[in-house]
Design a protein around this ligand. Sequence first.
Ligand code: GDP
Ligand code: IMO
Ligand code: MG
Length: 427
Amino acid sequence: MPALVLLGAQWGDEGKGKATDLLGGSVDYVVRYQGGNNAGHTVVVGDQKYALHLLPSGILSPGCTPVIGNGVVVDPSVLLSELSGLNERGVDTSKLLISGNAHIITPYNVTVDKVTERFLGKRKIGTTGRGIGPTYSDKINRVGIRVQDLYDESILTQKVEAALDVKNQLLTKLYNRRAIAVDQVVEELLAYAEKLAPYVTDTVLVLNQALEENKVVLFEGGQGTLLDIDHGTYPFVTSSNPTAGGACTGAGVGPTKISRVIGILKAYTTRVGAGPFPTELFDADGEALRRIGGERGVTTGRDRRCGWFDAVIARYATRVNGLTDFFLTKLDVLTGWEEIPVCVAYEIDGKRVEELPYSQSDFHHAKPVYETLPGWSEDITKAKSFSDLPKNAQNYVKALEEMSGAPISAIGVGPGRDETIEINSFL
Ligand code: GDP
Ligand code: IMO
Ligand code: MG
């Protein structure tokens, strides 16, 4: 069973980085398949803390080859500074592989992201401002720049010209900004070419050959199921497919190769940016979850919106991803509450609804129906097995598992690699 997908089951920031890092020592490849440096994955190894944005979390495991797949959008300046930051800390990054088909986030994509958000005013998405949406939109419009284009100056110039043709009209006539010069962009991009060259390859071939040789490949999602462009809370989503199918298209691996799909699930819920969030709390409990859970964005530094666990969302994530397992994270953050409400269904216009409504307006009206579970006060951060947990914490986990539709195979009780309870092995 060589290929596993590990993805966010909620709105991102579930602890994917920690979970990937935990498995990194036992897998041969860790592959990012979508998104870009909108992701912020915090990994704690011993007393060292790493914040990764574009690099797969497997980069911290010496035996593992990290791969940036074709479905990722790459900002070369961010990538190079992330690599040099890790090198300065003694991390070997020389094994990194980057798909020549991955798209480049150009400086004008970042500009367009920011001006579009400003133009949308109160209807804005609350993007990370990293140029993600405009880069994917150029990809779909077939005016994108790919990593391989950096190695042919004449093609690169033609492509930048084509991309800027319409954008400069928009920037100058609609957004009241200065036009962007083709030469300047080409020069900036060409300057990255040589530095990236050692890493660029046909990652589809590499990964498929690895799978034929029975190597273990882990696909690490960015963002989360409800931020998926097709299956999330559109339009308040990111512009790629973090859901399991995205691993196939974003890495060039067939669905028959994937044997396990692990959903990373926070023991409560958070969201960054705009959009509906039925269990969001605006009271002292919300504030306490934010404070105790350290819920502040790794990428943008924004406070995360916090709320109780939502089982409707977990069930939905199980279904659209075909989840085989959950990795429940941050259970320790809930220590100290006398009672913990869990959303088991929604009430929409007076009716009880058990499953996520497909209609955007229904979801905006959804009110959580709560069941309250008894809490615990004992410190659980040293727990090593399920039976080490206090009875009420065990019951909380069992209740979530029953409501969510897939077994909880691991539990996070702290940010460190070893602060994890393994119930079923992932490999
Ligand atoms: P990601 O984007 O899914 O990788 O998640 P983030 O790194 O953005 O946010 C998760 C945060 O929770 C990070 O600061 C992690 O170090 C931390 N974390 C992960 N798992 C646990 C856990 O089980 N308990 C606690 N207390 N913190 C955790
Ligand atoms: P990780 O991988 C949480 C959110 C943004 C915004 C929306 C669109 O750390 O879980 P974008 O810049 O992608 O066009 O923004 O998506 N968003 C995230 N929220 N965690 C992330 O990544 C996110 N990446 C994007 O806040 O609401
Ligand atoms: Mg994050």
